[in-house]
Design a binder for this molecule. Structure first.
Ligand SMILES: Nc1ncnc2c1ncn2[C@@H]1O[C@H](COP(=O)(O)OP(=O)(O)O)[C@@H](O)[C@H]1O
Ligand SMILES: [Mg+2]
Length: 377
């Protein structure tokens, strides 16, 4: 690899949890934030997530991110981005969130209205103690995971997805009303069938490259695990077109007042030795599988983006999540990828002992909400 990509070179954090005013410069490929419990390490990752997604990664309300006494929180960053000829340009990005819920998002000095624009500027993957929920939690999380990949490679996807949401909302509200004009319902159903098929095609196409990549990565991370397999469920009978499924499902839909089948019901099943991974694997193995899924997505992104787009990993307390051997394997894969990494731990030795090349680590010491660059010892 000619040069590792650095998505974020600078950050300025104001009023995110206990980080009142923090300026971080000289961010590199691998940035380690270490310090005692409650010092503000996770808050740094939350700040970066705020910059890329305008919200918390823990599903908490945005209010929980704002310092108790402050009216709003703000994160500015300088993000490098590759132009068409792969030269690097630096683009300022900023997100400010208020207690009222209001958000101000700027990219390159221009106000933008959708989080999608932010996300395409700064694709993020988060690995935390809660990540195994991707396997054990409801399908919505796995759909979001799949769509992250689709979103970053298929530029038409977001528009289609928005259209799909509009159609299904309209169709469901007509179904709920009971007395339906066939003509009106027909219009929404046709549109729904069409966008639903398109979304499914995008997802299937991405899944076909994700699945073998995931297996390759897992062969390195956990060769002893029983055969792992991903299965994509599209949300309706595979033998039918979506239009047919909607037609067949109409009696149930109209009786219960909502659309039963479709991409809104899609899922990815993760199987180990033919059994659901969420039911058979240990917690530690589940965490590895989730790491494998997220690493696969990052690898595919840098490949598909042709060097223009790379993934930034936010990893909270990796050493306490995985044992030494597996942390080392995950770090090896991360180090070999064209991706920027922000990782937290309590003591710097924890990451030193698992990262393949200690000279690659840029260390920051976090203490009571203030952060200092730490000279390598
Ligand atoms: N809204 C808030 N305002 C001020 N402080 C907060 C807020 N939310 C959390 N904190 C405090 O921020 C500190 C840092 O939290 P965190 O970043 O999770 O620590 P670490 O990851 O280093 O253990 C904690 O002491 C927590 O109590
Ligand atoms: Mg923490």
């Amino acid at each position: 690899m000619s040069r590792p990509s650095v998505a974020l070179t600078q950050l300025q954090i104001t009023h995110v949890r206990n980080l009142q005013q923090v300026r971080l410069q000289g961010l590199q490929k691998v940035n380690v934030f270490f310090g005692p419990n409650g010092s503000g390490k996770t808050s740094v990752l939350e700040s970066i997530h705020l910059l890329g997604m305008a919200r918390s990664f823990r599903g908490n309300s945005v209010k929980s991110l704002i310092t108790h006494s402050a009216p709003s929180c703000t994160v500015y960053g300088l993000a490098t981005s590759a132009t068409a000829n792969l030269a690097r340009a630096t683009i300022p990005m900023g997100v400010q969130r208020y207690r009222s819920g209001e958000a101000q998002i700027k990219i390159g000095g221009r106000a933008v209205r959708t989080v999608a624009e932010l996300a395409s500027q700064l694709p993020l993957q988060v690995i935390t103690a809660d990540s195994f929920g991707l396997l054990t939690g409801p399908p919505g999380g796995r759909r979001q995971f799949l769509d992250w990949g689709v979103f970053h490679v298929e530029h038409q996807f977001f528009g289609q997805w928005q259209r799909f949401q509009r159609c299904i909302k309209q169709r469901n509200s007509l179904l709920r009303r009971g007395k339906i004009s066939d003509q009106e319902l027909g219009v929404w159903t046709r549109d729904l069938a069409q966008t639903g098929e398109t979304i499914n095609e995008y997802r299937k196409r991405y899944f076909q490259i994700l699945s073998p990549r995931f297996k390759e990565i897992m062969a390195k991370l956990a060769p002893s695990l029983d055969k792992l397999e991903l299965r994509y469920q599209q949300g309706w009978d595979r033998q039918q077109s979506y239009a047919q499924a909607l037609e067949q499902g109409y009696p149930a839909d109209s009786e219960q007042g909502y659309t039963h089948s479709g991409p809104q019901r899609a899922d990815i099943r993760v199987l180990s030795g033919g059994h659901l991974a969420s039911e058979t694997l240990s917690r530690g193995q589940q965490k590895l599988v989730v790491c494998g899924l997220k690493l696969a997505q990052g690898q595919l992104l840098s490949q598909q983006g042709g060097g223009r787009l790379n993934c930034t990993y936010l990893i909270d307390d990796l050493p306490s999540e995985l044992d030494h051997e597996h942390s080392s394997l995950v770090c090896e894969l991360l180090a070999s990828m064209d991706a920027q990494v922000f990782v937290t731990c309590i003591a710097e030795e924890e990451i030193r002992s698992v990262w393949p090349e200690a000279s690659e680590l840029t260390l920051f010491h976090v203490e009571q909400g203030s952060i200092r660059r730490h000279a390598a010892s």
